[in-house]
Write a protein that binds this ligand. Sequence first.
Ligand code: SAH
Length: 500
Amino acid sequence: MKGKVYLIGAGPGDYKLLTLKALEVIRQSDVIVYDRLANKKILKEAKKSCEFIYVGKKSSDHTMKQKDINQLLCNKAKEGKIVARLKGGDPYVFGRGGEEGEILYDNNVDFEVIPGITSAIGGLCYGGIPITHRDFASSFHVITGHLKDDKKELNWKALASLDGTLVFLMGMKNLKNITENLIKNGKTKDTEVAIINWATRYNQKVLTGNLENIYDKVQEEGIKPPSLIVIGGVVSLRDKLSFFDKKPLLGKNIVVTRARAQSSSLVKKIMDLGGNPIEFPTIRIKEINPNKDLEDKINNIGNYDYVIFTSINGVDIFFNRLLNMGYDSRKLGNIKVVAIGPKTSKALKKYGIIPDIIPEKYVAENIYESLSKNLNSNNKVLIPRSSNARSYLVDKLNEVCYVDEVKTYDTVLGDGNKEEMYSFLQNNEIDYITFTSSSTVKNFISIIGEENVDKLKSTKLISIGPITSETIENFGLKVYREAEEYTIEGVLKTIINCKL
Ligand code: SAH
């Protein structure tokens, strides 16, 4: 098989600004070579066996020399591999994509280039600044603030005479020089300037001023690279057009403790609201397999009057087994189906089942209340669920009818990265930790170590409901807020309200 290199523009930061074509290639790649400006969340799209190579690149400290990067790309492709060279923004906008392409050509390596959204345009957009506007700028000019040969000066006279929007990349070290030269060569001191730091990311910061005062403002605020310097009248449109700054969770680091397989909806919602989800899976769902008990219960399901599902996992494992045994949902016949809440109910719909009962509040206590009035001592209830579930529901129902509990899965410790979490907590970098069940609390503490519980005291702990809150409090910790509705949406609403 012949290897190939794809020079890919990863976009300015928000990982959803990746093109479909780039995503397709990333999913097929054997090797991904990436640098600092490409969002690492993209790497999660790669296949399991993919090799990741970080080649750094802060403005001054190159982790790997360009020459070595070139060599690496050629070598990997010659081994027959599909290599994705991920670059921030667009590969041909100050990204050395051209140079890498030339080397690949010289070495007879097959390559393709996938353009990306450049920070020079997309970054401005997220900063609320349109790069052109009929009232302000009919051209734009993208300029490097960092020349290959330091002694060579830009043509300031020509730049100062332009009416279009000026965008400087890699210009922060040279900001004083840039503003002074533009003023000296004829731009008025009050020409508007914006600095956009980490554009399109959850930690985006925008600072505005004019050619005369922006340098001092940057020093005061301590704004560093990577930043865009935008000069021109279009900056004033920010007041009306800055949609991204209004995202409710912008700048917030939020830990998601659910099992990896279930965290995606919460992770996605946090990102859509502008926050930074930090996945720290505390749980892994392990189906009990083989499970003769479950098969017996399914074979004899007609003996039961009710079946109660208390989680999405419980639903999926039950119905997958039922289907594998050669049955379909009709096997349930007229049995009444109970779902603990809307998510479990949605999971049931996939199998063509609409639950007969969903309690008002999504906890076991409420299932009992809703059901007990309908039950009599002749009734039989089946509860397929986790081996770690609380005994409450089974105990209470046993007082009024016959109950069979069948254990279908174990929840075991997840693979959350202890060192990474410890360092986040130590540096006070976490805004909220979301706990969506008692097990997420217990396992979180088991992973970071009970001796480190105190580290959680300076972080806001959000609980999905009263049972989870109780578990948090039993560890001597305080619940910052408890969700009013005991669902993932409820947890999100709670965080948004904290901010308001
Ligand atoms: N190829 C990239 C640019 C690489 S040069 C692109 O098309 O966007 C690196 C410079 O780009 C940085 O010094 C900074 O000025 C700018 N830059 C890239 N991404 C940025 C971001 N998310 N926020 C602010 N500036 C960014």
